[in-house]
Design a protein around this ligand. Sequence first.
Ligand code: SAH
Length: 443
Amino acid sequence: MRGLASLGKHSSSPPSSTQPKRKLGDVLADIVKTTGPISVAAYMRQCLTNPESGYYINKDPFGTEGDFITSPEISQMFGELVAIWCITEWTAQRRPQRIRLIELGPGRGTLMRDMLKAFQSFAPFKNTIVDICLVEASPTLRTTQHSTLCDSAATETEDGFSSVTRHGIPIKWYINLKEVPTDVTSFIIAHEFFDALPIHQFEHTQNGWREIMVDYSVRQVKTALSLPGQTRSFDEDPKFHLTVLPYYTPSSKIGPESSPRYKNLPVKSKIEISPESWDVAKELALRISEQRTPKAPTGSGAALVIDYGPAETIPVDTLRAIKGHHFVSPFEEPGTADLSADVDFTALKMVAEQEGNVAVHGAVEQGDWLHALGIGARATVLASQQTTPEGKDRIAKEYHRLVERSGGAMGKIYKVMAFTPRGTPTPVGFGGGVVDQSNDDVE
Ligand code: SAH
């Protein structure tokens, strides 16, 4: 049995050392100086999940005190409605009797906490949950999730950590979705997970597709003593910037050629692609479609992806950095700001449909999806339970922030997409109604 702190000592943790930590910017500058420019994907991966200095590894970035705020952190309504969606989908799929809840990138664990609370009112669903599996790269956030969801200590297992939630459900932590067992039906949630996965950028030049890379140069500063036009360089101020490689690389040959969506774009076009996201989408689709039983011949389970990005077009130039609720340069002080990029929902859909026997629904706008799930009615109930005008006002503000389409609200920018087994009813929120096949339970 190990204490809570042990959640931070999983295999991805750095070995403890008495050496002062080098700044990630210096480490990356040395790499670029030695090997030449690195891909945007490699840069993002280092900035976000470098085991020693990655942004997510050592800090809790959420909330008003942190760098950004997410929908589950804004209101309990969000987690409640995601929970209701899972229940409607479970009912439509003839109530599979053993299910696993999986969340990718659970942050503080707030979404899972609110979902579990909502499930308490639906015993037939709650009783089918055999365990919860959280996929999380950050030891710091694993510890936060553990304290949000559990009272009991965490135990180290062969493939990660495990504990029991306050509601008595076994819970386990993993670093990669591929490690999560596939023996029972999975209901998988990915909220603001895909936008953190690395992207590659390419430009279609006269000479063919070329990768846009991250280069480093030493700042050139004119000094007071220099002759006109002469400069002196200062090595201590690394400057990273994007550069189009003049020659092709294996990834510029393979990436843009991988789909007619990219291949036929005119010269000067730019694209962003995320093979890591494709890999996760494929894993989700296979997990659902390979869970076949006589009563669920096309598979069982569902995945819900909620994130920002265009529903149809290919993302271009969307790499961004956020620190203290403001946009900053992605190239300043690597590892200290959240880096993300728009999710290419069409690419996820294409991969999922091609690799698994799933139907893909959406992407629809978050505001529409939440309305279809009943956020209006839920906000009214919550507001009526408030005893002060401030309380009522707070619920109204939360509601508007989640559903409105402009003014920095999340209703339009954020999209929702679902993968379900082919041949099962269209899910709620994507044009379908509530379907109850309760008299015909699946084993
Ligand atoms: N879903 C949460 C947190 C979103 S932030 C919310 O909406 O509030 C992104 C989350 O994904 C963080 O928990 C981060 O640590 C995790 N993450 C980022 N890259 C990851 C990776 N490659 N593998 C596993 N987890 C990752």
